[in-house]
Design a protein around this ligand. Structure first.
Ligand code: FAD
Ligand code: SF4
Length: 518
């Protein structure tokens, strides 16, 4: 390590997803405290990450270190060259503690289980006092998770969300009633885009990451995805995060509600906020994002419908906090859940986007180009395909955890393994999110340009989602037929002529023999 480590009394570790300028640590300047911000090999190799994801984390960490220094804090920022000689985080911390003569080691509670376990082990091993601080980010205090997410009961996001609305007094009327009289505006939302939709342009930044790209290449870090040139479009500091938030409120929020489930070849972001990276790195807090969105609605209710602001609040106050609670109350067993016993390999084209299925080619292609796909692409296109085809959830997780700019295990795992693959047997979702090609046709414009025919259920040109859907339903009939939310679908399957059903099953069998050929 080239950089000499100054003496200090307290060594404080700031992880790459803890870039929270408003954290209580930074309220006062203590000349005896040394902050450590470090690029770690272990963090860029535990799965194959998207190039933009690694570049965005490293660039944001560099900015954050510089920001702390400008506020008078003492900071050591170590890049991959400087940390390469240490086997892992534990070896690095041992070295830094020794060199600095620190008498105390402090870290903020990590959001990922593997890091918590590692930091707790480091703490036990060091012969100096170790303390864990809260990350000052989430709305629900960590200590309340066990009580809110008991493992012996069926949990539903909707009931949790209502409690959170009441508890934090968000969009509430007098007397504990939801503003507008309803908790949920799903009936107004979930619309496909009209033919002449005016789609907002995403706000893209121009952050030069040439040095970081060179470093990633020099260290032979395996990556996926692409970045044109060396200009990173993602926000790398709080100022950019706030600009992105303002841009979203002005251009995206009004249409967010109605079109949050829509898909189109014409835009990779639609009305979505693109805020997940800024949020998951903690540059922005969920509380301030909610406050600003609600404030904008109050200032201009004629421009921002309640259905849109409620839909957005539901994602942050509801889903985001809910999946975090599921993660921490169900780990470590959760990462091994495989309810349906799925074990097929992920088709090779997940890494290239080269498939004749237009919806998959588009969702995967844009993920490789932008490290981003919006929720419905993740859930109802790529995720739906993996569920219907019976792909091994470990491989599905590794793909999602690597490819998306916002992918951190605490939020990726319950969404992928839980919501999308139903591998948890119904902890997150009350039914599998399984759908035939008709859903994709209804919600987007992919099917018109596809090699496959969305109206056909059998034969070599039939939309693969159609036969795979009925194959999935049939192979899980024993369990799903009694599910009140989908059981009735078996009635229409049973009414179909026997030879048609046989042809659909035969088509699915044929596809499953060689998914790579789709
Ligand atoms: P918007 O659509 O603008 O939503 C606003 C914010 O709400 C998001 O930034 C996010 O913070 C929050 N949010 C919305 N939906 C969810 C959700 N289901 N769970 C948690 N937070 C939510 N999100 C991640 O942050 N990291 C992941 O690794 C991740 N993996 C996913 C995997 C699958 C299979 C699925 C179905 C969803 C996943 N999500 C993940 C949730 C969601 O798709 C993304 O948060 C969202 O697409 C990010 O884009 P956005 O910022 O434009 O979101
Ligand atoms: Fe996707 Fe099927 Fe439509 Fe093709 S026809 S775009 S595979 S849903």
């Amino acid at each position: 390590m080239n950089q000499a480590v100054d003496r200090c009394r307290t060594l404080r570790l700031v992880l790459g997803d803890q870039l929270n300028e408003q954290h209580h640590w930074f309220g006062t300047v203590d000349p005896q405290t040394l902050y450590v911000v470090c690029e770690l090999h272990q963090e860029v190799t535990y799965v194959r990450h998207h190039l933009q994801k690694i570049a965005a984390f490293f660039a944001s960490m560099e900015y954050f270190a510089a920001k702390l220094r400008s506020r008078g804090h003492r900071v050591v920022h170590l890049d991959l060259d400087e940390t390469a000689e240490h086997a892992d985080l534990a070896a690095l911390i041992r070295h830094l503690a020794r060199e600095s003569g620190a008498r105390r080691f402090e870290y903020q509670r990590p959001d990922e289980f593997r890091l918590l376990r590692q930091l707790q082990a480091i703490g036990r091993e060091l012969d100096i006092e170790t303390r864990c601080a809260d990350s000052d980010h989430f709305l629900l205090p960590f200590e309340r998770i066990a009580e809110e997410f008991p493992t012996d009961r069926q949990l539903r996001m909707e009931t949790f969300y209502r409690r959170m609305r009441r508890r934090f007094d968000v969009l509430m009327d007098e007397g504990g009633k939801p503003e507008g009289g309803r908790w949920n505006y799903d009936a107004e939302n979930r619309k496909p885009l009209p033919a002449s939709a005016d789609l907002p342009e995403p706000l893209l930044f121009d952050n030069d990451v040439a040095d970081i790209l060179t470093r990633i290449r020099r260290h032979g870090i395996p990556v996926i995805g692409r970045l044109r040139g060396s200009s990173l479009p993602w926000p790398v500091n709080r100022e950019q995060g706030l600009r992105l938030l303002d841009h979203f409120i002005l251009h995206g929020l009004p249409g967010f509600g109605p079109y949050q489930d829509a898909m189109t070849r014409e835009s990779w972001a639609l009305h979505h906020s693109l805020l997940s990276f800024a949020l998951n790195t903690k540059m922005l807090s969920p509380a301030e994002v909610i406050e600003r969105a609600v404030g904008a609605y109050r200032a201009a209710p004629e421009e921002i419908p309640l259905a849109s602001v409620e839909g957005f609040v539901r994602q942050l106050l509801g889903w985001r906090e809910f999946v975090r609670g599921i993660y921490w109350s169900r780990m470590p067993g959760y990462e091994r859940a495989n309810h349906f016993g799925h074990d097929r390999d992920l088709p090779a084209w997940f890494w290239s986007g080269e498939t004749r299925m237009a919806c998959m080619a588009h969702a995967i292609g844009q993920s490789l180009d932008h490290a981003y796909a919006h929720h419905i692409q993740r859930l109802m296109v790529t995720g739906n395909f993996c569920l219907l085809a019976g792909i091994d959830p470990d491989q599905v997780d590794a793909w999602y955890l690597g490819i998306y700019i916002d992918a951190l295990q605490w939020v990726e795992l319950p969404n992928t393994r839980g919501m999308s693959q139903f591998a948890d047997g119904g902890v997150v979702a009350s039914k599998p999110y399984a759908a035939s090609g008709n859903y994709i046709r209804r919600m987007g414009d992919y099917c018109s340009g596809c090699h496959y025919d969305v109206t056909a259920r059998s034969g070599s040109l039939a939309c693969p989602f159609n036969s795979l859907y009925w194959h999935f339903m049939e192979r899980n009939r024993g369990e799903l037929e009694t599910n009140p939310r989908i059981g009735m679908l078996y009635r229409s399957w049973d009414r179909m002529a026997e030879d048609r059903r046989a042809a659909i099953q035969a088509t699915a069998h044929e596809l499953l023999l060689d998914l790579d050929a789709l």
